[in-house]
Design a protein around this ligand. Structure first.
Ligand SMILES: NC(=O)c1ccc[n+]([C@@H]2O[C@H](COP(=O)([O-])OP(=O)(O)OC[C@H]3O[C@@H](n4cnc5c(N)ncnc54)[C@H](O)[C@@H]3O)[C@@H](O)[C@H]2O)c1
Ligand SMILES: [Zn+2]
Length: 1589
């Protein structure tokens, strides 16, 4: 296309040329509509996003200006997004058109993506029984797919596209210029359908797409954002801008190509009865993924994954070749699409959502294509062609196999004994790579067949292409590669680096090839590089040898490894070349293959001893012969070769021999099953050592082997007659030893001599993909087969009969066979798996599970397909066995400097989680046996200590990492690299590595004061600066422990830590409030300077927001200290961590992403309850938070500070959709009110957006009412803050007052009832709370001892009654008037709280126990204890509440003491058995107690002297404690005197922690307050008022 402007092409559909495709054809579009769809009324409908596209303005303006007289143009704009593709939107368009008087001659013009096209198409289809519609598709998906074919629809809550019609448009006018502004991800999304269409129908187009992939992705990925000012609206929009003109021809062709195919298919099958089905390739499986992953994943992305899986299904059925599957997945990757839900980037984009097999199958069962209950799928036959003309029925079993990575192998017992199969394994890797090098250097055209498609060959081909060695083309649908070589003449340096991944063969071969390359006018070197692993693999000996021969080569990073800079201004001289060949034969082959091109004939001498893998050297020499170069071996010198000068002559065709190692699997299959298999292209003349496997291994084991020069046939003996191999040296065929092992496992000699097969010569197999010898031994053991490892091999003890083969299991059931990501291990065991239960006649035999089946992809991706489809094995797929709650008992490792408080906090940690505590230093000394660590170090040095420590740690963590331990470590553990690795690994697997951190200055002071281990300031600072980074990188959590100067602070810290550890381990859930709730925004620069006011500031709040952007400093230490301070003073109130950028109204620099990332990372590590992420942040930052959020909740926020858009604007809609696709936990939208109507618009928005919890408010004075109407987590300020965080912010008191005045809160009356109540503190307690929070309620006294009176005066007919606090003597008498009783009221047998439940009815509750429980918890008792008994003193009503409370926190037994025990026995009878109440009758009884008592509640009157007998029992109980888990704590129930005799006894004599009764009183009242009002009570203020005298 030379002049793209104005040129277009017409495509026919259903017999009419109504699809027009072009570039920049708006004039043509307008003219077509006006001339060919004459009408009095045109209605242009588009979504609000399109309005921002400059091209839209151009089109619509031109349309308006060109309108003929008597015609009018109406415009209607919808909200963007699938959420608005509804009947409701359709209705609003219809109403609009009716109001505007549209009649049957109306023409509707749909401009937009598929959503608009579908919805407007359907609207047109039903408006006045159908009016004309013109489609102007603007997204790639709409252009190539949705606008073509007349399918229209809207969504319903039940499903997508369920309501619709077939309605053909008058025209589909495609202008690819629209694609300029299409967002990048949408662009790529559309490519999935383009590739799909080519894959099913148009092989040539597919090839063209392959060729243009790179330039496409480069352009699309480099799309920019630009500002565009609309002249129609006068607003500035930030829009995406892709330079499609740079790939115009490609884009035009791909759009046109797709449209043509779709038009063709639709024309032959408009109503989708068969052929049109084919367009659903990839959609059966794709839709299933989409149903789970939407809205995080887009349609095209899911279809991309679906296509790969469905292509694999076709390969599984033996229809599609591996090459074709590889081509498909390669092109999808090249266009930026995902090919597996497990791809890392895609997994992050979809927020780690899982796609369980059963759900996928369920979703598939509701597909429209299905045939009743049968699932259907389109099967590809080759690229460009489908198998058959419609979809095919697929069994669940086959779907399961395709969708999983774990394979179930069933016994091979259904395979007929006379089965005779021909199997062609993929080409040999070694031969493939050699053939490519020689053909590239050779003269003439060579067709290479059966080439292995692997990383090595891929990189090799790319390099050959870049270096212009040969022209590369493909034939037979990519099965044959054709190289047109130029005799090495054209090799020239390229600008790109040669990136070789981890391809070892390619990198070794190409290093010498590089020495032959010629410089270009402006460059005289080549860079060869690879991935991180490749940059560690050796290449030194080859480089040494080439350097010695005159080639200049530099190492760019590590000596002896890639990346290399090979200079091309030097020459490859030739002559005598010496090479050390004891490490790799690939060096030898590399020099050999390039030697003919040296300036002089080469004599290659292999020095340094016997060269390794002689067979591979022989292979190279024989292949060079086939390419016309004869190498001769020196007659005088050993390991020396003469290579003449010359060049290769390419044979017209070169068929790569199949891989002989791969061939061992089908051959062994024959051996095991007694059937016959022929491998037709490997025989005795083979170049590969493994070709001997049949003759040297299977034959002596009893198989019939028929080998010609070029083929091998094996027939297995009758079942049970395979013989062990006494001894075999497999040095020439090491890779085949794994196959030999599984055959040997069932070989027996019938003589009872142990059936031993001994394999030697395979030591190198310990350093392959895994330690293969060990792997075979451990996995064979799972089948019940014994082995013995030898220095150079392995012995296998064959079973006497295959019936002894076990289904691999452990105590809890079947287990899988580990494959170590090693293709050969997987393939070997797939064979043995089929021999288990081979003779079983039972119907439901257990299958054997092979894990990670994909690993065979390295050399034989189609192995499972061959096993299943060609060889006849029954296979199935399955979900991993590991249950989802493996993490629930993940251990915790605590690291940090000496004196950071590890010992104490580790204890707290263990107690809070109920874990066992292990101190690693103690463990070390235990293992060392001979003394302390200090002594060990004195004897062996630090280095040795660190080594040992690392070893022990690794061992312990591997063994107990999942078993609920807390490991406290020595401060220096991070000094060892091994330990750091272990820590990081543990953290990455879901374990907690907690860095305990304390201020370094405090640490110094502390350490200097330690008389046993005094330290020097400089020393400590040095250590810290050395380790700080390590602590950070090894830990996934951090806890900052400030210095505590009082016991109370210490207890608070303990509680805060308990909160923290329970939060990060998921044992404490953060519940997003469901009632009216609020959070205060802290704007201090330094919270530690406002410690006294922080608590009052948070009164009534459900959370507190720290505006990090307001802090004075932003380094980790400073911020940690702020968070820690806040937690302690607010008693663990949930924290919202917010870094507000300037753009969004805050103070944080807009583009300081580095600091921002660090801050978010710190927030996650600190386990804050909420993190606010702005929706305008770069998505990589958002995803990095979302993907690591753990149990933290995420608030996705957006602020319109400048009042740029109102609540009906599409911006909010788009932001809401974005929040849904990011799957944030809470959406927070803040607009700005300019007039009061903005508040009403906001309420409408709130009302219609309920998918996610939403905080939505308007800023500014006018917007204040929105802060009152918002229910969830309203941001508030406080009188104690010097500045409000945002304009218009109100205090909670103000909000409640306004809300009350609007009728939102109705004033209630509350009373305390009973007698005497003259001194009751309840009125002051509650009224203090009401006043502080601005609540309109009143609390009064009502003194009476008659329950009837209470009923008559208060309960009956008092609509304003909010509740009653009931005290003596009415706690029992009131019960008859209650409609229902709470569990606590029932068990305790008394009511102290009356709660109205409507209709004049009441609930009787008891909060005394809550007062007891909360008093204990706020004084350091864990909210749930284990291994602890409680003690209750006294036998009255409060004792009953105490028993209920102690049972509730988990006391396993509760002991009861009193002056007289008869009342206790009565009391005991009224409690359920499981309370385990034990009455201590005598002091002797008390002496005999075995349990640990750590919590006690005293409920005896405190104003009388204590009974002697009771005291002596009590004293004995108080001694039954240990101080290990938490301080033993006694709560006094009596309010006065402040210190009672029991308190004194417990504290002074037994060092118990004692809690005065005032706390109980307030906690009880606060519990009532919160139950009645639903609002969090300001505890501190209430406490002060109540206890003030
Ligand atoms: N009828 C069919 O045969 C058929 C086939 C496939 C898909 N569909 C339907 O198509 C819909 C998906 O279509 P889609 O992927 O086009 O989504 P879409 O309509 O939502 O468009 C994608 C996004 O890009 C924006 N956009 C579109 N063109 C733009 C342009 N030129 N510049 C800037 N922004 C632009 C849109 O406003 C939207 O936000 C789904 O509802 C699906 O069910 C229908
Ligand atoms: Zn589709």
């Amino acid at each position: 296309m030379t002049t793209p402007t104005m040129s277009f092409e017409k495509v026919s559909i259903l017999g009419k040329p109504t699809i027009h495709v072009g570039y920049d054809i708006h004039t043509h579009i307008v003219q077509t509509i006006i001339n060919d769809c004459k009408s009095s009324t045109y209605v242009v409908v588009n979504d609000a996003n399109l309005t921002k596209v400059p091209y839209w303005e151009q089109l619509v303006t031109e349309f308006e200006q060109s309108l003929p007289k008597g015609s009018r143009l109406l415009r209607f704009v919808t909200k963007p997004g699938e959420a608005h593709k509804t009947r409701k939107t359709k209705e609003s368009i219809e109403d609009f058109m009716l109001l505007q008087g549209c009649t049957r001659d109306t023409v509707v013009v749909a401009i937009g993506g598929g959503i608009i096209g579908d919805m407007i198409g359907y609207t047109a289809a039903t408006f006045m029984r159908g009016v004309r519609v013109v489609q102007i598709p603007t997204s790639l998906l709409a252009m190539v797919d949705s606008s073509i074919g007349g399918k229209t629809a809207v969504d319903t809550p039940i499903g997508k596209n369920f309501i619709g019609a077939f309605w053909q448009p008058q025209f589909v006018l495609v202008d690819i210029k629209w694609l300029r502004t299409l967002p990048q991800r949408e662009f790529i999304n559309g490519m999935a359908e383009v590739i799909k269409t080519a894959a099913i129908w148009d092989a040539d187009e597919f090839t063209r797409l392959e060729v243009n992939a790179n330039s496409f992705l480069e352009i699309v990925n480099n799309a920019k954002f630009i500002d565009y000012k609309s002249t129609m609206t006068d607003e500035i929009y930030n829009i995406s801008d892709t330079n499609i003109e740079a790939i115009l021809e490609h884009t035009y062709k791909l759009v046109l190509g797709s449209i043509k195919v779709k038009a063709d298919v639709v024309s032959s099958d408009e109503r989708e009865s068969s052929l049109r089905n084919l367009l659903n390739f990839g959609h059966t499986i794709g839709h299933a993924y989409e149903a789970i992953l939407t809205p995080q994943a887009l349609h095209g992305e899911c279809v991309s994954i679906g296509m790969v899986k469905e292509a694999e299904l076709s390969r599984y059925w033996g229809i599609l070749s591996s090459t074709q599957v590889a081509r498909l997945s390669k092109i999808l990757v090249a266009y930026g699409l995902p090919v597996s839900p497990e791809e890392k980037w895609f997994k992050e984009l979809t927020l780690q959502k899982t796609t369980p097999l059963e759900t996928l199958l369920d979703k598939m069962s509701i597909d429209k294509k299905n045939d009743g209950a049968k699932k259907k799928c389109v099967i590809l036959e080759s690229i460009g062609k489908c198998y058959g003309t419609s979809a095919h029925v697929v069994s669940d079993e086959d779907f399961k196999f395709i969708l999983t990575d774990e394979t179930l192998v069933y016994p091979f017992n259904n395979i007929p004994k006379d089965q005779n199969k021909i199997i062609v394994p993929p080409g040999s890797k070694s031969i493939s790579n050699r053939a490519l090098v020689m053909a590239a250097l050779g003269e003439g055209t060579c067709k290479i067949k059966n080439l292995l498609h692997s990383d090595d060959t891929k990189h090799m081909l790319t390099a050959v292409d870049l270096l212009k060695g040969a022209n590369i083309t493909w034939e037979d649908n990519g099965e044959t590669v054709v190289l047109e070589g130029h005799g090495g003449e054209t090799l020239t340096v390229c600008n790109e680096e040669l990136y070789l991944g981890n391809a070892g063969t390619a990198s070794r071969f190409l290093t010498t090839v590089a020495a032959l390359v010629k410089s270009s006018p402006d460059k005289d070197y080549i860079i060869l590089t690879g991935n991180a692993r490749m940059q560690q693999r050796p290449i030194g000996p080859l480089v040494d040898s080439l350097r010695a021969n005159g080639t200049k080569i530099d190492y760019m990073k590590n000596e002896g490894c890639l990346p290399l800079k090979v200079h091309t201004d030097s020459v490859f001289k030739g002559g005598r070349i010496e090479l050390a060949a004891t490490v790799s034969s690939q060096y030898v082959s590399s020099v050999l293959m390039c030697a003919p091109y040296a300036q002089e004939p080469v004599t290659l001498a292999l020095v340094g001893g016997k060269p390794i893998s002689q067979l591979y050297v022989d292979m190279t020499i024989r292949m060079m012969d086939a390419f016309g170069v004869k190498v001769t071996q020196s007659e005088t010198e050993p390991y020396t070769y003469h290579i003449p000068k010359g060049h290769y002559i390419n044979p017209p065709e070169y068929v790569i021999e199949s891989d002989a190692s791969s061939a061992t699997y089908p051959l062994a299959f024959a051996a095991l099953t007694g059937t016959t298999v022929t491998v037709p292209n490997i025989g005795s003349a083979s170049l590969q050592g493994d070709a001997r496997f049949a003759r040297d291994v299977l034959k002596p084991m009893g198989c019939t082997v028929d080998q010609t020069a070029t083929s091998t046939t094996v027939t297995g003996p009758a079942q049970g007659t395979l013989k062990p191999l006494k001894h075999v040296d497999m040095e020439p065929m090491t890779d085949a030893f794994l196959t030999a092992c599984v055959v040997a496992a069932v070989a027996n000699d019938g003589k009872g001599t142990g059936n031993v097969t001994t394999i030697e010569g395979i030591a190198n197999q310990r350093v392959k993909e895994c330690n293969r010898i060990e792997a075979m031994a451990s996995q064979l053991a799972k089948f019940g087969v014994e082995t013995r490892e030898l220095p150079d091999g392995i012995q296998i003890y064959g079973l006497d009969s295959i019936d002894e083969l076990k289904v691999p299991s452990n105590s809890s059931g079947p287990v899988g066979i580990d494959t170590y990501d090693d293709h050969r291990v997987a393939m070997s065991f797939s064979l043995l798996a089929g021999m288990v239960n081979y003779n079983s006649k039972s119907q439901d035999v257990t299958s054997v599970r092979i894990l990670e089946r994909h690993c065979t992809g390295k050399t034989w991706p189609g192995w499972w397909d061959v096993l299943h489809t060609n060889l006849g094995a029954k296979l199935d797929g399955a979900e991993p066995l590991i249950s989802s709650n493996v993490n629930s008992n993940k251990s915790v490792v605590i690291i940090g400097m000496r004196a950071a408080g590890k010992t104490t906090i580790s204890k707290w940690c263990a107690a809070a989680l109920g874990y066992k505590l292990v101190d690693l230093d103690d463990l070390f000394e235990e293992q060392y046996e001979k003394g302390t660590i200090k002594e060990f170090v004195a004897e062996n040095g630090w280095e040795k200590f660190r080594m040992e420590e690392a070893r022990i740690f690794k061992e312990v963590i591997e063994k107990y990492g999942d078993s609920g331990y807390v490991f406290s470590t020595g401060g220096g553990i991070v000094e060892s690299a091994e330990s750091r690795e272990s820590l990081k690994k543990f953290a990455s697997e879901g374990g907690v590595v907690l860095h305990l951190h304390r201020d370094i200055e405090e640490t110094i002071i502390f350490l200097q004061s330690d008389p046993t281990r005094p330290a020097y300031v400089e020393e400590i600072r040095d250590v810290w600066s050395k380790r700080e980074q390590w602590y950070n990188e090894c830990s996934n959590y951090t806890f900052f422990a400030p210095h505590c100067s009082t016991e109370a602070q210490f207890q608070k810290l303990r509680k805060v830590f308990g909160n923290f550890i329970n939060m990060i381990t998921g044992k404490r859930q953060i519940d997003i409030p469901t009632k009216r709730s609020a959070f205060v925004c802290l704007t201090f620069e330094d919270l530690t300077e406002h410690v006294d006011s922080l608590n009052p500031i948070t009164y009534g709040c459900d959370a507190v927001e720290v505006r990090i952007d307001h802090l004075a400093e932003l380094d980790a230490d400073y911020v940690s200290r702020q968070l820690s301070t806040l937690r302690i003073v607010t008693d663990g109130l949930p924290i919202i961590f917010t870094v507000r950028t300037k753009k969004q109204g805050g103070k944080f620099a807009d583009d300081d992403y580095v600091t921002l990332k660090n801050l978010f990372n710190l927030a996650l590590k600190s386990g804050v309850e909420y993190i606010d992420i702005e929706l305008t942040l770069p998505s990589d930052i958002q995803y990095s938070v979302l993907n690591n959020k753990g149990f933290t909740k995420i608030i996705g926020s957006h602020h319109d500070f400048n009042a740029a858009y109102n609540w009906d604007d599409a911006e909010w809609e788009n932001r809401y959709n974005q929040a849904l696709s990011l799957d944030v936990d809470i959406v927070k939208f803040v607009g700005t009110a300019i007039n009061f109507e903005d508040n009403l618009a906001l309420e409408r928005f709130r009302f219609s957006h309920t998918t996610k919890p939403l905080i939505a408010i308007n800023m500014g004075k006018i917007g204040q009412v929105s802060r009152v109407l918002n229910t969830l987590l309203t941001p508030i300020t406080s009188d104690l803050l010097n500045t409000a965080a945002a304009p218009g912010q109100l205090t909670l008191q103000q909000i409640n007052k306004i809300y009350t005045s609007m009728g939102g809160i109705s004033p209630k009356e509350f009373y305390v009832v009973g007698k005497p109540i003259g001194h009751s503190r309840s009125p002051i307690l509650h009224n203090t709370g009401y006043n502080l929070l601005g609540l309109p309620h009143k609390f009064d006294k009502f003194e009476t001892d008659s329950a009837e009176n209470v009923k008559k005066v208060l309960l009956d007919g008092n609509e304003n009654l909010g509740g009653l606090a009931v005290t003596i003597p009415l706690k029992l008498d009131i019960i008859p008037f209650m409609e229902e009783l709470s569990d606590s009221a029932k068990t305790i047998g008394a009511v102290n709280t009356v709660i109205p439940i409507g209709n004049g009815k009441f609930n009787g509750d008891n909060t005394d126990w809550l007062g007891i429980k909360n008093s204990l918890i706020s004084n350091g008792v864990p909210s749930s204890v284990s291994g602890v008994s409680g003690l209750v003193i006294g036998a009255g009503g409060t004792s009953r509440a105490a028993i209920y409370a102690l049972h509730n926190i988990g006391c396993e037994k509760i002991y009861l003491i009193n002056r007289t025990t008869s009342k206790l026995q009565e009391l005991k009878k009224t409690f359920p058995e499981e309370y385990n109440l034990v009455v201590i009758e005598t002091t002797t009884d008390a002496d005999k107690l075995q349990d640990t008592i750590s919590v006690a509640v005293s409920c005896v009157p405190a104003d009388k002297p204590l009974d002697e007998e009771l005291v002596s029992k009590l004293e004995r109980c108080l001694t039954k404690t240990t101080h290990s888990k938490f301080l033993p704590t006694l709560l006094e129930a009596a309010y006065l005197p402040t210190v009672t005799p029991i308190m004194r006894l417990a504290k002074d004599k037994y060092q118990w922690n004692v809690v005065p009764g005032a706390q109980l009183l307030v906690h009880q009242g606060v519990a009532q307050f919160e139950k009645w009002t639903g609002v969090k009570a300001p505890f501190q203020a209430i406490f002060e008022e109540v206890t003030r005298n």
